[in-house]
Design a protein around this ligand. Structure first.
Ligand SMILES: *Cc1c(COP(=O)(O)O)cnc(C)c1O
Length: 367
């Protein structure tokens, strides 16, 4: 390694790089397959695409790409404020919600502080914590989910941020509203609690609860949401977080001034206005979830019951099965990096994609 890089902080050099889902074009190149014959069920993207209104908004906005975006995102914040019943001052926009998660780490963590998250929790939490040189406190999972009592008990005097993914990726586990609220109430107010709701739109109304209403009671609460999943805008990168206005003011200090593109803001505005598309996506997902979970059960496999748009299946020699699926043009996600070497995570696709996954999996198990 060149000298300048050796002088990078040890905590940065120790970070394990993020492993993204394999792009279709890369697999096509590597295996000499036809791109049109490859299905990607690896990154929890919406198989139905995005709202046609969002596409139209993108085309309109393209006329003005010589201009910088609105740094304060006035119009999209107004729309989010209305959609979520908060004030615009409580919203921070991100280049994906990933960006907001990093802003929380950047604003709140430093070497000498610590941060609590669960075993098997979304990988961005460890990445963000490590990048700041803070000490990770990883709390063992309970049946693959967050052990909230143990997480609260793990808080130390130097702890500044506690992360909860609800539902969690890659396990799909979900914490019911009452239990979540009881746990948040026990976190000292000097500790920021991030509740990451990337898959909120896939929950039934009965399960979703109203975490936003809790912002009044818990000034240390930060709720993150994204347009990448049910809204189908992953490629444009836009997400947001809701919080106390004071916290928003601090996060905005570490935010890049133009972190969310004009095109992404326009698409999000149109996407938010098309709740019908979101409902249809969630309904199709629920059906696809039944199709895949029944299918893997027929193959004699078990899975972790999921509340997201993906399910994590116990296949045994996951790396080998993953490779066999790739050779058949089916991309799923290995989760060995999450400490789950016997599992593969599959995103719920269109009915014919789910069928193709199930038959490819069946063949891969029996060769
Ligand atoms: C996908 C995902 C996100 C967000 O991704 P962005 O595209 O950056 O908005 C956040 N949290 C979890 C748990 C996710 O699975």
């Amino acid at each position: 390694m060149i000298e300048a890089c050796e002088l990078a902080p040890g905590y940065v050099r120790a970070i394990a790089p993020y492993q993204p889902g394999k792009p279709v074009s890369e697999l096509a190149r590597e295996m000499g397959l036809d791109e049109n014959n490859i299905i990607k069920l690896a990154s929890n993207e919406n198989p139905m695409g995005c709202s046609p209104l969002a596409k139209q908004a993108v085309e309109r906005e393209m006329r003005d790409v010589a201009r910088y975006p609105d740094s304060n995102g006035f119009a999209i914040k107004e729309a989010i404020a209305k959609h979520c019943s908060v004030s615009p001052a409580q919203i921070v926009l991100g280049n994906g919600s990933n960006d907001v998660l990093e802003m929380v780490a950047k604003a709140m963590l430093h070497p000498g502080s610590s941060s609590v998250y669960a075993q098997h929790a979304f990988v961005v939490y460890p990445l963000a914590v490590q990048a700041m040189g803070a000490t990770p406190i990883v709390v063992p999972a309970q049946i693959f989910g967050h052990d909230l009592d143990a997480m609260v008990a793990a808080i130390r005097s130097d702890t500044r941020v506690l992360w909860i993914a609800n539902p969690n990726n890659p396990t799909g586990t979900f914490i019911e509203s009452d239990a979540l609220k009881r746990a948040i109430a026990r976190v000292p107010s000097r500790v920021i609690v991030v509740v990451d709701e990337a898959y909120s739109e896939y929950l039934s109304d009965a399960l979703r609860g109203n975490t936003v209403a809790w912002l009044r009671e818990f000034p240390n609460l930060v709720i993150t949401r994204t347009l990448s999943k049910a809204y189908g805008l992953a490629g444009l990168r836009i997400g947001y977080a809701l919080m106390h206005a004071d916290t928003a003011e601090i996060l905005n200090r570490v935010r890049q001034p133009f972190n969310v593109s004009s095109v992404a803001q326009a698409a999000a505005l149109a996407g938010l206005a098309d709740q019908q598309f979101v409902r249809e996506s969630a309904a199709a997902n629920a059906k696809g979830m039944v199709q895949i979970t029944q299918g893997v059960t027929r193959l004699g496999l078990s899975y972790i019951p999921s509340h997201g748009n993906f399910v994590t299946v116990k296949v045994g020699a996951a790396d080998e099965i993953y490779q066999r699926l790739l050779r058949k043009g089916v991309i799923v996600r290995p989760v060995a990096g999450y400490g789950m070497p016997e599992y593969l995570r599959v995103t719920i696709g269109l009915p014919q994609e789910n069928e193709r996954f199930l038959s490819a999996l069946s063949e891969s198990l029996h060769t």
